[in-house]
Design a protein around this ligand. Structure first.
Ligand code: NAP
Ligand code: HSE
Length: 442
């Protein structure tokens, strides 16, 4: 029998993810020991409520409310509590007491990442965070290590399981937004406060992490353009479906040329967009995530899998734990944060993409011409026009016939499109601008 040395692992959080990390760590203790060359000893699980029900049958004596003492005796600290505080202070305490840290906390990394990485660098500690983006999918390590010798041009992905679950249920079953959100919450995909998912804060945090890694530039959360899915109605999903599209919440990170200076910059944004039903991202159902990476030499790569869930996320956490434990046993410098490129982050007005503008217009002669004229005036080229459902609207007490007009554009600059839409909203012929959706993917 091999005598292994002990690596002491403290677990902060025993919820959806934490309970599964503990279960798998205890169930596969022997295997972890042979993989790492050391025995991973789970020294405790810090929680708030010792009596709360857990999703796994774990020894009661492991639970504690004293996170600080647990951290003090640890070689590796796993933080799966979530939130900014006390998670930030605990991670700093762990780093300063010489431990490496594994975290799944994208909110914390997107908000205080620079501070945490600098603290780690100062003392030669490592911060691992594979589980912070896209759950079980290995995407951090590929960006940080496998593609370190390449130049990433663009990342486009579905990185929030909850919103994908909601939009997918609306698309495939005609479910209501509220019903779909309730099921996603029950299944443990949603954040403690699901507005983080629905209003795309979660996806924006992940976009900030991905873009920072891909472009070797600090991309602060505030500079990630963010639009959530609250405005996406059943009608929008239905119209998209009829036109051969599906609505997905996308995170897009890309290198682009600043239209005003001609200099290279980067963009990170999150919004609901139309994707052709033929596009591989259209086939990402339920709470799954997928991330497309386009790199100069590697070409197009796609990463697909479970983006949320207890055991799925625990898989990514445990992968990091194995790396951290090996480093603890064998030594080695590990990887630092790379922000040397320091590219400017461009505003949403600088991006170029295609659009679908849906208008409710009064159904009378000359309307189409006046609408088309606004697109032409602002330099936005129209690709298709479709007249959809008819209705009527009361104008000065009289019922006026209306029609839904969908205008698809060729690639256009966001600032030109925004100016077009403002002008359209002022036209007498236009009753209302129903929606403006970007079209992504070839
Ligand atoms: P969760 O179910 O809410 O669990 C949080 C755990 O942390 C609970 O055990 C809670 O204790 C404990 N905790 C919270 N505040 C604490 C405090 N101040 N002191 C001590 N313990 C505290 O959260 P989760 O879904 O597992 O998510 C954990 C992290 O993983 C988050 O950063 C999340 O964004 C990330 N993540 C989650 C998923 C997912 O699918 N759920 C996927 C990827 C990443 P009690 O149990 O006593 O309340
Ligand atoms: N709430 C997140 C999601 C969990 O739905 O994707 C995974 O980060």
């Amino acid at each position: 029998m091999i005598e292994y040395r002990n690596v002491r692992v403290a677990l902060l959080g025993g919820g959806t993810v934490g309970a599964q990390v503990a279960r798998l760590l205890l169930e596969h203790k022997e295997e972890f020991a042979s993989r790492v060359g050391a025995s991973l000893e789970l020294t405790g699980i810090a929680v708030r409520n010792l009596d709360a029900a857990r999703s796994a049958d774990l020894p009661k004596e492991l639970f504690t409310t004293d996170a600080e003492s647990l951290i003090l005796g640890a070689d590796i600290v796993i933080e799966v509590m979530g939130g900014l505080e006390p998670a930030r202070s605990y991670i700093l305490q762990a780093i300063n007491s010489g431990a490496d840290v594994v975290t799944a906390n994208k909110a914390l990394l997107a908000t205080h990442g620079t501070e945490l990485f600098e603290a780690a660098e100062r003392v030669g500690a490592q911060l691992y965070f594979e589980a912070a983006v896209a759950g079980a999918i290995p995407i951090i390590r590929p960006l940080r290590e496998s593609l370190a010798g390449d130049r990433v041009k663009r990342i486009m992905g579905i990185v929030n399981g909850t919103t994908n679950y909601i939009l997918d249920k609306m698309d495939t079953e005609g479910a209501s937004f509220d019903d779909a959100l309730a099921v996603a919450t029950e299944l443990g995909y949603a954040e403690a406060d699901p507005t983080a998912d629905v209003d795309a804060f979660d996806a924006a945090q992940k976009a900030s992490i991905l873009a920072s890694l891909a472009f070797h530039t600090t991309i602060p959360l505030e500079s990630v353009h963010r639009e959530g899915i609250r405005e996406i109605s059943g009608k929008t999903v239905e119209l998209a479906k009829k036109a051969g599209y599906v609505v997905k919440l996308l995170a897009v990170c890309e290198r682009l040329t600043d239209p005003t200076t001609g200099e290279e910059g980067v963009s990170a944004r999150v919004y609901p967009a139309l994707i052709s039903r033929e596009h591989p991202l259209a086939a990402v159902h339920k709470a799954n995530n997928a991330v497309f990476v386009e790199a100069e030499a590697a070409g197009s790569l796609m990463f697909y899998g479970a983006g949320a869930g207890g055991p799925e996320t625990a898989s990514a956490v445990l992968g990091d734990l194995v790396s951290a434990a090996r480093r603890h046993v064998i030594g080695g410098p590990g990887l630092g944060a790379s922000t040397h490129a320091n590219l400017p982050v461009l505003p949403i007005s600088a991006i170029t993409t295609r659009y679908h503008v849906t208008l409710s217009v009064f159904d009378r002669p000359g309307v189409l011409a006046s609408v088309a004229e606004e697109f032409a005036k602002h330099g936005v080229s129209v690709e298709l026009v479709e007249q959809g459902t008819f209705g009527s609207e009361a104008v000065s007490g009289e019922a006026a016939p209306t029609a839904t007009l969908v205008i698809g554009t060729h690639a256009a600059l966001e600032s030109d499109l925004a100016a077009t839409v403002s002008a359209l909203a002022q036209l007498d012929a236009v009753s209302s601008v129903v929606s403006v959706l970007r079209v992504e993917g070839a």
